[in-house]
Write a protein that binds this ligand. Structure first.
Ligand code: GLU
Length: 503
């Protein structure tokens, strides 16, 4: 059997969005499931839409996720170059080839002329298409006499090369996800294949490269479905076998209608890009999943299930298991609704199954960004207490600031509830009693019980004001444990501070 080769072919027009990541993932999974190759090809024929840094961004995103291409501009490979802008010599040869066939012709219409015709159509409420009908009346090598074409060429009149769409033919197509369908060629226009500078457009370069790079399966977004008939006809024109196609449906807005966009992310405050992206024009930075604190495993798990479900509908699945189980036939035809909550849920799940030791370096990095240094032992104890409630590692710091900072203020409601002259005296007594203890949580707990018995009161009457002293409100972890972690000096300081502040 032919070796499976799948390419991800982004244009360097900005960062990857979620749809792009999912396309890359399904490309990768399909290739790896079949023991084949995953190729990254940069489709940069459209220089006007080029955005500086996009290629590096795409590569970095793939690396972050762990989808390393077997062949790419960075890694090279036997079918390079992998940037279309560097493949001109290859294209020239095939431009000459298609001109020998009846599938292509030269078109001399200037952009201004076409604009004018388009405007005339519009004025009549019609839409202009350069197609089997109009080509007879336009300025090209089909409509013009041969000598006229010769003359224009001699005068170095610029021209583009267009595809000559065959007349009234049903093109039978098969998509792995969508099944069979047919398109009549009269509904299609004569697309430009080669621009007036001799460089091919996306359509022509795409099929040349897929052929040259021995691509067996084209898996891409559904926005390319309308181009499939043209691509299949181009393979026919070149006398080549077409690859198999699969078009992935859209990723939808959280509310379910319409394509998920960057605007939705801005509006609801969730990332739509894998990594931070700084817009070179506006300088504005859009936050990425990585910088937001997502684990690559959680991120890619979430993306994978936007349009595909593994056999037993399990949700937590590693990249290795995905490779094992991936099946294009199980990819959904309907659009997949994005959920920011679900994305967080995945991260939370991954955080929970991760060993506490494993989290220490990342946690300490966040602390040092906040000018806090702690021992591994202390970090580990805090992680153990806080992890369960955290979605991101940063939450362990954000939600557990009381491990590092004494209260800056005391919550009013809490003060009203638990603070009085009596509790103030009680805290003073407690402070004196514990100042000689070894500050292990066990001995602290015993001391509190002892005090409760002595005063004939419930433990809550002691613990609540003590919690207010230490945390500033009535939430937080087990108090003896908190005190052991922050230590004697800090604990006593916080109690004194509350006694002084809360009159
Ligand atoms: N360069 C196209 C894009 O940016 C690739 C389409 C395809 O995979 O054929 O989406």
């Amino acid at each position: 059997m032919e070796r499976v080769r799948v390419r991800f072919a982004p244009s360097p027009t900005g960062p990857l969005h979620l749809g792009g990541v999912r396309t890359a993932l399904y490309d990768y999974l399909f290739a790896k499931h079949n023991g084949g190759d995953f190729i990254l090809r940069i489709e940069d024929t459209d220089t006007q839409r080029y955005v500086e840094g996009s290629e590096e961004y795409i590569m970095e995103a793939l690396e972050w996720i762990g989808m390393i291409p077997d062949e790419s501009p960075k890694h090279g490979g036997p079918y390079g170059p992998y940037r279309q802008s560097e493949r001109r010599a290859i294209y020239d040869q095939y431009t000459a080839q298609i001109l020998e066939t009846d599938y292509a012709y030269l078109a001399f219409d200037t952009p201004e002329e076409l604009d004018q015709i388009r405007a005339e159509y519009e004025a009549r409420g019609e839409v202009f298409a350069y197609n089997y009908e109009t080509r007879q009346r336009l300025k090209n090598s089909i409509s013009l006499p041969e000598q006229e074409v010769e003359r224009l060429l001699q005068e170095k009149m610029p021209y583009v090369i267009r595809f000559k769409m065959p007349l009234d033919r049903g093109v039978n197509l098969k998509d792995i996800i969508r099944g069979k369908f047919s398109v009549n060629t009269n509904t299609l226009d004569d697309k430009v294949l080669v621009k007036n500078d001799g460089m091919p457009t996306y359509h022509f370069a795409n099929i040349i490269d897929d052929h040259e790079m021995k691509i067996t399966h084209v898996i891409r977004g559904e926005e390319w479905l309308p181009s499939m008939a043209l691509h299949v006809l181009l393979y026919e024109a070149m006398g080549w076998k077409a690859p198999e196609f699969a078009h992935l449906s859209l990723i939808l807005k959280p509310e379910g209608k319409g394509k998920l966009s960057k605007r939705d992310g801005d509006k609801f405050g969730f990332p739509v890009f894998p990594l931070n992206f700084k817009d070179p024009n506006t300088g504005k930075v859009s936050i990425g999943y990585r910088e937001e604190g997502y684990f690559p495993e959680a991120f890619i798990n979430m993306v994978a299930l936007l349009g595909w479900s593994p056999a037993d509908n399990k949700e937590m699945i590693s990249l290795e298991e995905m490779i094992e189980e991936f099946d294009l036939h199980k990819v959904h035809k309907a659009g997949a609704r994005f959920s920011a909550e679900k994305a967080k849920w995945f991260n939370q799940q991954y955080l929970q199954i991760m060993s506490n030791e494993h989290i220490i370096p990342a946690f300490k990095r966040i602390l040092s960004e906040n000018c806090i240094e702690v021992s591994d032992d202390k970090a580990l104890r805090i992680i153990a207490i806080m992890k369960e409630r955290a979605i991101f590692i940063k939450d362990i710091y954000e939600e557990g600031k009381y491990f590092f900072h004494s209260p800056e203020s005391y919550q009013e409601k809490a003060v009203k509830k638990v603070w009085s002259p009596e509790t103030r005296d009680l805290m003073q007594i407690l402070k004196n009693q514990i100042s000689t203890l070894d500050f292990k949580s066990k001995s602290l707990k015993e001391q509190f019980q002892h005090l409760a018995e002595e005063k004939g009161m419930g433990m809550g009457k002691i613990m609540m004001p003590l919690r207010l002293c230490l945390v500033g409100e009535l939430k937080g972890p087990d108090i003896p444990e908190l005190m052991e972690i922050i230590g004697k000096e800090e604990s006593l300081f916080r109690i004194s501070q509350a006694i002084e502040t809360l009159k």
